[in-house]
Write a protein that binds this ligand. Sequence first.
Ligand code: ZN
Ligand code: ZN
Length: 330
Amino acid sequence: MSDAKTMKNAMEIALLGAAIPPAFMALRFVQGQKQAEAVWQASQYPKLGDIGSVKNLSILPLIDWRTASDELEGEPGVSYLIRADDTTILFDMGLNRDFKHPSPLLRNMEKLGISFDEIDMIFISHNHLDHVGGMQHVKDGIFGPSAGYVNLHQAPAYAPVPIVNPSATTIVVEEPTVLAPGIASMAPIPRQLFFLGWTPEQSLAINVAGKGIVLIIGCGHPTIQRIITRKEMLFDEPLYGVIGGLHFPVTASRSVRHGIPAQQYFGTGRWPWDHITRADVHEAISFLYRRDPKVVSLSPHDSCDWSLTAFQDAFGSRYVDLMVGKEIEI
Ligand SMILES: [Zn+2]
Ligand SMILES: [Zn+2]
């Protein structure tokens, strides 16, 4: 074989090698999308019936992008303390980007006077680094509030996939499940994301007496339309509130890695070049608006300022800013 031909073959092999990961990802993406659609179509659940109700509900963001004071730390991640009558829930574990101990979550908890002794259960919306407490935890199949050991007192931890923590008791949620009187998981809804892969995400539904269902959402990957459709399948009560992440990084991304606006590319459930648009946000707002919710609070951890303003403009006095340290009382 001539040198020139050997060189050409080597180049072709190199080019092929570079193309294989994207080709593999594209195939995985198309197959995963089909699979997610099939799971969604097959997930026909009966009404949950009388799940009970709570009289008092409050949501205190412990980690999110915006903070109510300079003393508290913000990150593009989620951790909320939910107090529903006698049940206190830790919803997600934050990002802990630098994987420190104590983490920003622990430091904020200390400043807000919250202890792990008060937490009755843990709810993990989905297995992404900004919700399970860091990239290292994702790699290890763990969720955790910090890089070092924290005693979670063997609290039950409801998760959509089998991730663990040495001091908690994981229960993998596969179908709609009542977790305590008036409190339910609506079961995971899967979405295939181009880079991040198969992503089942569950949302929490809390029935507030005389008001209706309050939804607490992690990243909103399944889309708000599907999350609300699932709520309408499970409950007769009206939708009272929607609080949490809906993934609308239209004009900017909170998380930028190697100069890439990560959220605009990574969490959308679409091809990487097919970004979330203003029209998508308006469509979601009008879908939500027709349900007439009385409290709407969009997490800034995965939505840009433009989207936050769009929600605020649409819902007016029913819109509540979501900030670390500012309790939302229902
Ligand atoms: Zn996510
Ligand atoms: Zn998120």
